[in-house]
Design a protein around this ligand. Structure first.
Ligand code: SAM
Ligand code: ZN
Length: 295
């Protein structure tokens, strides 16, 4: 059985990484700059947003129907990522970010960044950068607020205008997550880069039928290309290997995705019990780097 990575032992930073981000955050109501007032962020027009006890700030104006992952899915994702099975992906994203780190000022934005694991790894490699995890899920934001001393966690809806100043980002990370092309373009500084990680059709294929997991859309790469019109490809790496997953791993992996919505807990337990003690499972994810092209 593989060991667990300890939860990153970062001391609680008193401002939870928010102070350094003020220059890139803006009010979701009126797009004005935000200032830090004790326990909230506020704009000059009087819109204000409480800093949650756990350190994140929800910068969504009004209601959103996107609530992101449930607490159960987030806990499963956190647990799975703390094992070593996805380490090569985290390393590839980090190495590509360091290699292509553009010579422009700006934050690292982790789009729908979940618990902020990838962001934390990238910031460790880029000591001159600060980062922001944009997320809809409260459970994920609570964890992301502690992910790294140079990162803040901001509640936002990928599909709406982000509470970020135009051209304030040097790198946008988008790992297994929804993307919004026009907002990515708006927030990237000229010369800034986008790094995507997208599963291929082979990803986790040995578990899809036995566990009733959702399959990757076979047109995904075409969809990705259409999604990213206006971005010039700079680099790409297929990260592929075999993982040996025991029952607990397989159960956790299924629990962190949408399978949890259409297969009951009992049924999932039954299906996992029917797997061999150790299942060889394909990991196959493409990591790509793009630069926003002009026009
Ligand atoms: C498959 S998870 C990936 C999380 C993270 N990038 C990782 O790989 O660990 C997708 C994430 O997108 C978030 N999400 C889904 N819809 C969203 C939205 N409309 N706005 C912001 N985040 C959203 C979910 O809460 C979830 O954390
Ligand atoms: Zn405002």
């Amino acid at each position: 059985m593989m060991g667990l990575d300890p939860v990153p032992a970062y001391p609680e930073s008193p401002d939870r990484g928010l102070e350094a981000l003020l220059g890139c955050l803006c009010c979701p109501g009126c797009a004005a700059p935000l200032r830090h007032e004790r326990t909230r962020l506020a704009c000059a027009a009087g819109h204000s947003f409480d800093i949650a006890r756990q350190g994140y700030v929800n910068l969504v104006a009004g209601q959103t129907r996107h609530r992101g992952d449930t607490a159960g899915m987030v806990a499963a994702r956190d647990r799975f990522l703390s094992r070593h099975h996805y380490r090569p992906l985290i390393d590839t994203v980090t190495v590509l970010a360091a290699h292509h780190d553009p010579d422009v000022p700006g934050t690292v934005v982790d789009l729908a960044g979940g618990t902020g694991r990838y962001l934390a790894a990238v910031l460790d490699r880029l000591p001159h950068r600060h980062g922001v995890c944009l997320e809809a899920s409260t459970a994920a934001l609570r964890r992301a607020a502690r992910a790294h001393p140079r990162a803040g966690a901001i509640g936002a809806d990928v599909w709406r205008r982000w509470p970020l100043v135009a051209e304030s980002a040097s790198i946008v990370l988008n790992v297994f997550a929804p993307r919004n092309r026009s907002e990515i373009r708006r927030v990237l500084a000229p010369g800034g880069i986008l790094i995507t990680a997208t599963p291929t059709a082979d990803h986790l294929r040995e578990l899809i039928d036995p566990l009733g997991m959702t399959t990757v859309d076979p047109n995904k790469s075409e969809r990705l290309a259409a999604d990213l019109r206006g971005f010039a490809p700079l680099d790409a790496q297929l990260v592929t290997y075999r993982m040996g997953l025991d029952h607990e791993d397989a159960r956790t992996l299924a629990g962190m995705g949408p399978t949890a919505h259409h297969v009951s807990e009992d049924e999932l337990d039954r299906r996992v019990a029917g797997l061999p003690e150790l299942t060889g499972v394909t990991f196959a994810v493409e990591v790509a780097v793009y630069r926003a092209s002009s026009g």
